[in-house]
Design a protein around this ligand. Sequence first.
Ligand code: NDP
Ligand code: 1BO
Length: 322
Amino acid sequence: MAHATFTSEGQNMESFRLLSGHKIPAVGLGTWRSGSQAAHAVVTAIVEGGYRHIDTAWEYGDQREVGQGIKRAMHAGLERRDLFVTSKLWCTELSPERVRPALQNTLKELQLEYLDLYLIHWPIRLREGASKPPKAGDVLDFDMEGVWREMENLSKDSLVRNIGVCNFTVTKLNKLLGFAELIPAVCQMEMHPGWRNDRILEFCKKNEIHVTAYSPLGSQEGGRDLIHDQTVDRIAKKLNKTPGQILVKWGLQRGTSVIPKSLNPERIKENIKVFDWVIPEQDFQALNSITDQKRVIDGEDLFVNKTEGPFRSVADLWDHED
Ligand code: NDP
Ligand code: 1BO
């Protein structure tokens, strides 16, 4: 359920309530491939754009820069408690004894005492130094229950306020729910009008797991160009909004939080100006009818080895649910 709060500039800023009772701001800044420019993007987002939610990951290699940006924003007067910071546990760390050291390293890089949300980045364990695509022996057995217990322990020790997952299937979520003492607060998945991913959204809604939509604009190079999609463009012109705003708002109207990435100050600010208008039902349905539904982030490069398994195809990775 969405709740309205206000930023320091008085801008109406929605958030969603998580099962834990904490609130996740509805729009966050994505930072994948932001590199050395991440600090500047984070300061622009927080101080000028009114963002209160930043999404990063150890794998992005930019946690130090994100941390510097957060520190600079806090020097500008913001309190830590006003921010919602998400990071993710990488595939090489998916064994119980590696979870806590990985989180401690992430906190150190970000210069933070705690995270608001820590997510399992992918439900697939990789050997350190694994090749892309993986060679035989690079994909290891994943002790999902042991890793989740350690995630729960991080939460019990107040090092993270919420725990969750990314890139899970219904099959894997069902397995997790079978033993979880703490239900994942958030499931972060690829979602945009070119990949609605309705099956997982419905499952999460039924189980009160909040969904964050990643790659909401169709992702970056090699992604889906939704910014120039005919339907998106037509609706943007009709509502006097930009295609980026239409794509972000579509995600919000589906009840998901949304984490667009941008390094461009004007686009960063534009992407969060989505709270005082709605996409009318007819246009919303037109966006829901875009054809050629396809994942952009299908995990093939990272996890599929066509001859040596255990994942010999993209369909194997996603438990043949697409
Ligand atoms: P997005 O869908 O957010 O698209 C980003 C691209 O769109 C960039 O090229 C950006 O360029 C451009 N862009 C941003 N705003 C606008 C706009 N208003 N108009 C036109 N173009 C725009 O891509 P991501 O794949 O980065 O997804 C967002 C975030 O989701 C990631 O950064 C990451 O934090 C998270 N994520 C999580 C994953 C997971 O496995 N959990 C997987 C993938 C993403 P420019 O910078 O020049 O503005
Ligand atoms: C492989 C990482 C995708 C972005 O989260």
